[in-house]
Each structure stands twice: as C-alpha cells, then as structure tokens.
Design a protein around this ligand. Structure first.
Ligand SMILES: N[C@@H](CCC(=O)N[C@@H](CS)C(=O)NCC(=O)O)C(=O)O
Length: 209
C-alpha cells in the first residue's frame, strides 16, 4: 500500500481541515512540511506539486490532489465519512455553512493577501484579521440557528462545517479576533476539542512532525 503523504504547514487552515478528515477516515498519513514563512511553497519542487503554490497537497491512492475542499470530498466519497447529509436541501445548507468560512472568509486572511494588503506591518495585519474574522464568525453563529446542534455544528457527528470551523477558530485565537458572544460556536469548539480526530490534527500536535 502506498504511503499517504500530506504536504502541509502546521498553521495552515486548509491543511488543518484535511488533517481532520484524514484522521476521521482512520488513515495512517505522513506529513511533509512545507514552510510557508520560509517561502518553500513558492519553490520549484512545490510548484511542480501545486502550480498555485499553496498547501495542502495530498498524495493518496496513486493520485495527487490539491484544494482542501476537493480533497475532503474525495475522502468523504471513498471512505464514507458522511460529512454531508444525503438529503439535498440539508446537504446544500451544510455546504453553504462550511463555504461561508472556507470560500469567503479564509481567502482574505491568507498569508499572501494579508501581506500584500498591509505590507506585513503591525498593527495593520492584526487589525485586518480581526476586521474580517469576527464578522465572519458572527454570521456563522447566526446561521447555526438553522441546525439542531448536538453537539457539533449540524448534528451529533462532525460535518464539513466542523472541519471548516475549527481551523478558523484557531486562526481567530491566534489573532485575538473576538467571538466570545458566539455561544453555539464555543459549544461546538468544546465538542471538537474532545474528539480524537480533531486533537491529532491540531497545529500544536503536528508542528514537530
Ligand atoms: N482554496 C485552497 C486554499 C489553500 C490556501 O490558501 N492555503 C494557504 C495556507 S491555509 C497557503 O498555502 N498560503 C500561501 C500563500 O498565501 O502564499 C484550498 O482550500 O486548498
């Protein structure tokens, strides 16, 4: 059986999402760190893996995949993770919840975007992060009202929404973005903190790999 390799960076939200999915699938995977701060993602060997110069990249089942949501969809389909409901209306609603973070909020907080917008200077960088993350999380909190939470975002098992939320919360904590008013998000965070797949995917757990 071929080794499953994840080219990732410990603090990358998109990588963190995929790590959770790999752990939920019970896959024995290996991390190949790509140091974003050192610019390794822009070097030729990584660009050959991912022409956009981003992480994550996953080698699995004889294929190489990029784009975290596509990778998670592959894992969900091939490993039956049940990250989305089968019923079309509910499925679309859970996807919308997850995409509000992964597709709308995440890119504006990406390293290259923030560095360009703020010249990498403080306090502009921190202000930028807080400016976007807090409203993004508050909106997510209000959308959670559409779901019966018990105890994850959309039910009694982790869904795609949880995989997108937890890395975003790590980022919020890192930049001091306030979500103290988001009671339901904080309950979800507590449930995920106790889940082995989330624990093993946490940046602090993989940093030394
Ligand atoms: N849509 C992509 C986004 C990937 C992405 O933005 N990765 C970030 C880390 S979370 C990255 O590689 N950033 C490098 C940069 O901005 O230069 C995905 O979901 O995989």
């Amino acid at each position: 059986m071929n080794t499953v390799r994840l080219y990732d960076y410990w603090r990358s939200s998109a990588s963190y999402r995929v790590r959770i999915a790999l752990n939920l699938a019970g896959i024995d995977w290996q991390s190949i760190p790509v140091n974003l701060v050192a610019g390794e993602h822009k070097q030729a060997d990584h660009l050959a893996r991912h022409p956009q110069g981003l992480v994550p990249v996953l080698d699995i089942d004889g294929h190489r995949f990029t784009q975290s949501l596509a990778i998670i969809d592959y894992l969900d389909s091939t490993r039956n993770l049940q990250l989305l409901p089968v019923e079309p209306v509910l499925r679309t609603q859970v996807q919308a919840l997850a995409y509000s973070l992964a597709i709308d909020l995440h890119p504006v907080c990406n390293l290259s975007v923030v560095e360009y917008a703020t010249n990498g200077e403080e306090p502009a960088r921190t202000q930028w992060m807080r400016h976007f993350i807090t409203p993004g999380l508050r909106t997510f909190e209000s959308r959670l009202a559409e779901f019966e939470q018990s105890p994850f975002c959309t039910g009694d098992r982790p869904s795609l929404a949880d995989l997108c939320l937890v890395p975003q919360l790590y980022n919020a904590d890192r930049w001091g973005a306030d979500y103290s008013q988001c009671r339901r998000i904080r309950c979800v965070a507590e449930a995920c903190c106790d889940h082995p797949a989330f624990i093993a995917a946490h940046p602090d757990a993989v940093k030394a790999l």
